[in-house]
Design a protein around this ligand. Structure first.
Ligand code: ZN
Length: 334
């Protein structure tokens, strides 16, 4: 007895579904709306400061007053939120990174100003120490140069509480220390910030795609690299375990960083958790597309749209992206 063959050509013609623009629109997944995007911003002390970042066109280091100004059109475009990174002067850096938890520190000041101007805006803060330590690592170092995990956790918790006290809605620990999420959650709850959300950079790879960011943040390590604490891109299982452990420690949102080289990790993590997943479309990924477009090797808008949709398609709910401040230009339909 012969089986009925599965429908195939010529009965089946997939091109039927994509014959016209109207039909394609009907079947295509839409690009994520502006509300799904978080714009990372770099703040430094002073007023009237707006320093363009060489490798990241349309991104600047800003003083808090300029940030507030710059946010006006962003708020109007309906962007989901911002993620604040602070820069501190060399003279304020020390072994521990104590400038990171000062009540009048740069991030704390920026959060207060932004929340005052736009009370409804979702404000996230990066919780790490590398921009505040004199050695540029994400925690204090022992005599051998290794970053001291548990000591870092204590300081990170202090930083997170100071951000919550300034009014941050979401604190985002990025140091990749073991146990940092539990340590921060406990400190937040003890300080009565049980409503503060935690978005953990739970699967953050030791990637070569952070170069332009380190120029922006002036936070490259003085010696060594971060491979002793950030995840190895060649060990996907351990990288995913870190996210699962962070969920168990109380993270509200997990994150994969970078995004475009790690779409498989986003998809695998999507299958392992019911938490929202954020993907960080990092500085190197941003710079790469700009550089290609500048040389005439790619059209900027189509490559940005294609790569961003890929991040959403992989399973990210929230996209942390430097394209967020250009949402209308890049993502709005022609
Ligand atoms: Zn760091």
């Amino acid at each position: 007895m012969t089986e009925t063959p599965m429908a195939s050509f010529p009965a089946t013609r997939l091109r039927r579904l994509r014959r016209t623009p109207a039909l394609r629109r009907l079947f295509d997944a839409p690009l994520p709306g502006p509300e799904k995007f978080i714009w990372p911003v770099f703040v430094k002390e002073g007023s009237g400061v707006r320093e363009p970042i060489q490798a990241m066109p349309k991104q600047c280091r800003m003083s808090p007053d300029i940030l507030v100004e710059a946010l006006n059109p962003i708020v109007e475009s309906g962007i989901g939120g911002i993620l604040i990174f602070g820069l501190t002067s060399e003279r304020e850096k020390d072994h521990e990174g104590s400038a990171a938890y000062r009540e009048d520190g740069i991030v704390q000041t920026a959060v207060r100003k932004v929340k005052h101007a736009y009370p409804g805006m979702v404000v996230c803060t990066d919780v790490c120490l590398c921009a505040y330590t004199d050695h540029g690592h994400c925690g204090p170092r022992d005599a051998t140069g290794d970053v001291e995990n548990d000591a870092a956790n204590t300081t990170l918790a202090r930083v997170a509480v100071s951000h919550a006290a300034a009014g941050a809605d979401i604190v985002a620990p990025s140091a990749m220390m073991d146990g940092q999420v539990a340590s921060i959650r406990k400190a937040l709850d003890t300080a009565a910030f049980e409503k503060t959300i935690m978005m953990s950079y739970s699967t953050k790879f030791a990637s070569s795609m952070y170069g332009p960011f380190r120029e922006a943040e002036q936070s490259a390590p003085q010696q060594g690299d971060r491979k002793g604490y950030q995840a190895s891109y060649a060990d996907a299982r351990t990288a995913i375990r870190k996210s699962i452990l962070d969920e168990a420690e109380g993270a509200d949102i997990l994150m994969v960083k970078p995004a475009l080289f790690y779409l498989d990790i986003i998809t695998r993590l999507r299958d392992e958790t019911k938490l929202p997943i954020a993907a960080y479309n990092v500085s190197g990924e941003y710079a790469m597309l700009h550089a290609a477009a500048e040389r005439g090797w790619a059209d900027l808008k189509p490559v940005v749209r294609e790569s961003t949709l890929a991040i959403a398609r992989a399973g990210a709910d929230i996209i942390i992206s430097y394209w967020a401040n250009q949402y209308r230009e890049v993502f709005a339909d022609d």
